[in-house]
Design a protein around this ligand. Structure first.
Ligand code: PMP
Ligand code: GLU
Length: 397
């Protein structure tokens, strides 16, 4: 008999975190690894947000908070939804959690029953699938490719829906493809979903502020589907606050209540100090995030330009987030010394060991033809990392 539960034995480790851990270990051994593995802005949290945290400590805001979040913080998030997304979520429809990762887990564990299907377009963020499996749901994936800009069509969505389908989970801007759904594209997907009275959607909008093509569009903006959408967001990406661990949902009240109950048994209210800091970010005009967004766009153009010089890569132009997800399958079947490249995992290991660059294999995101570059690091490091990748790939014959 296994000492551990089947639940944990069947759970895959987060591949993004595993690769980040592996590069840290190699760095600690003195290896000069450039890690483009984890999706984390390299910027510091803005000073006015840090000051709010210091003030919260001085003001002794250090006690347990209400499970769904400090009321003042939820009111600020409610205002933010109105201001930026034209969404009406009252404070009691908002649950603040320890990162958007927990927000997503709360929703999936609260809503998905064993055997129910959850549709997840490929490429997906690593944790969706494992969380669905934890809930004993069945992930049903929809393939896309670089040619379709990694977006699904309404026809594909309709085809994937069965009588067992409970939910759809997707992100826009998308991690890992950087694809951004337009208002019309979202509306067309919403028109399919609304035909099924028991179907819900998690719209993960955590990269809202890292959008290079204009205004962010929220799925829940269409009145006819508002009641079926759980909008996920957080402060990790837009405000460079990954370590503060604050994410949130806006949802129909009965779903928010369920998430509150779930969270009440796992973690209780999120860190009081981090909530007060996050509130200042959420209250500020979105323009405070533009400088970081513009830096990401400049880096995207830089890396895309450099990657285009490497033979055999196929890429879309990512419109948001800070990832590039090239199709590297033309290298499958090639070899160098003891390396025989059969899939994206082999290629990421080869690039780590021979090129000293840590990337995440597309397999982790459901697309084994691709590999993910996170370009949330300095231009110098990016130039050097692509040089290394190019040099290593040239060895494969
Ligand atoms: N959704 C997506 C698409 C992400 O890339 C991340 C980043 N880890 C998260 C959710 C979770 O973010 P966090 O828990 O840091 O708020
Ligand atoms: N979202 C980031 C990524 O995709 C952070 C790591 C994680 O939480 O999985 O790399």
């Amino acid at each position: 008999m296994s000492k551990l539960s089947d639940r944990i034995n069947n759970l895959a480790e987060s591949q993004t975190l595993a690769m980040a851990k592996k590069s840290r270990e190699l760095q600690a051994q003195g290896k000069d690894i450039i890690s483009l593995s984890i999706g984390e802005p390299d910027f510091n949290t803005p000073d006015f947000i840090k000051d709010a945290a210091k003030k919260a400590i001085d003001n002794n805001i250090t006690k347990y908070t209400p499970v769904p979040g400090i009321l003042e913080v939820r009111k600020a998030i409610s205002e933010k939804f109105k201001r930026d997304n034209n969404l009406n979520y009252a404070a009691d429809q908002i649950v603040v959690s320890t990162g958007a990762k927990q927000s997503i887990a709360n929703v999936i564990l609260s809503m998905v029953n064993p055997g129910e299907e959850v549709i997840v377009p490929i490429p997906y963020w690593v944790s969706y699938i494992e969380t669905i499996k934890l809930a004993e749901g069945i992930p049903v994936t929809i393939p896309t490719s670089v040619e379709s800009n990694f977006k699904i069509t309404p026809e594909q969505l309709k085809k994937a829906i069965t009588s067992e389908t409970k939910m759809v989970v997707f992100s826009t801007p998308c991690n890992p493809s950087g694809s951004v759904y337009s208002k019309d594209e979202l509306k067309a997907l919403a028109e399919v979903i609304i035909q099924y009275p028991d179907l819900y959607v998690i719209s993960d909008e955590i990269y809202e502020y890292i959008n290079f093509i204009g205004k962010h569009e929220s799925l829940a903006q269409f009145d006819f589907i508002y009641d079926r959408v759980i909008t996920v967001n957080g402060v990790s990406k837009g405000y460079a606050m990954t370590g503060w661990r604050i994410g949130y949902i806006g949802a129909p009240k009965w779903i928010a209540d369920a998430c509150e109950k779930m969270q009440g048994q796992f973690t209780s209210g999120a860190c009081s100090i981090a909530q007060m800091a996050a509130m200042e970010g959420v209250k500020a005009e979105p323009s405070i995030t533009y400088e970081m967004r513009d830096a990401f766009k400049k880096r995207r153009d830089l890396v895309l330009g450099l990657l285009k010089e490497i033979p055999g890569l196929k890429m879309n132009v990512p419109d948001g987030a800070f990832y590039i997800f090239p199709d590297i399958s033309s290298y499958f079947g090639k070899s160098y010394n003891s390396y025989h490249i059969k899939n994206s995992n082999d290629l990421s290991m080869f690039l780590l060991e021979e090129g000293n660059v840590a990337l995440v294999s597309g397999d982790a995101f459901g697309d084994d033809n691709c590999i993910r570059f996170s370009y949330a690091t300095s231009e110098d490091r990016l130039i050097e990392s692509v040089r290394r990748v190019k040099e290593a790939l040239a060895k494969l014959k």
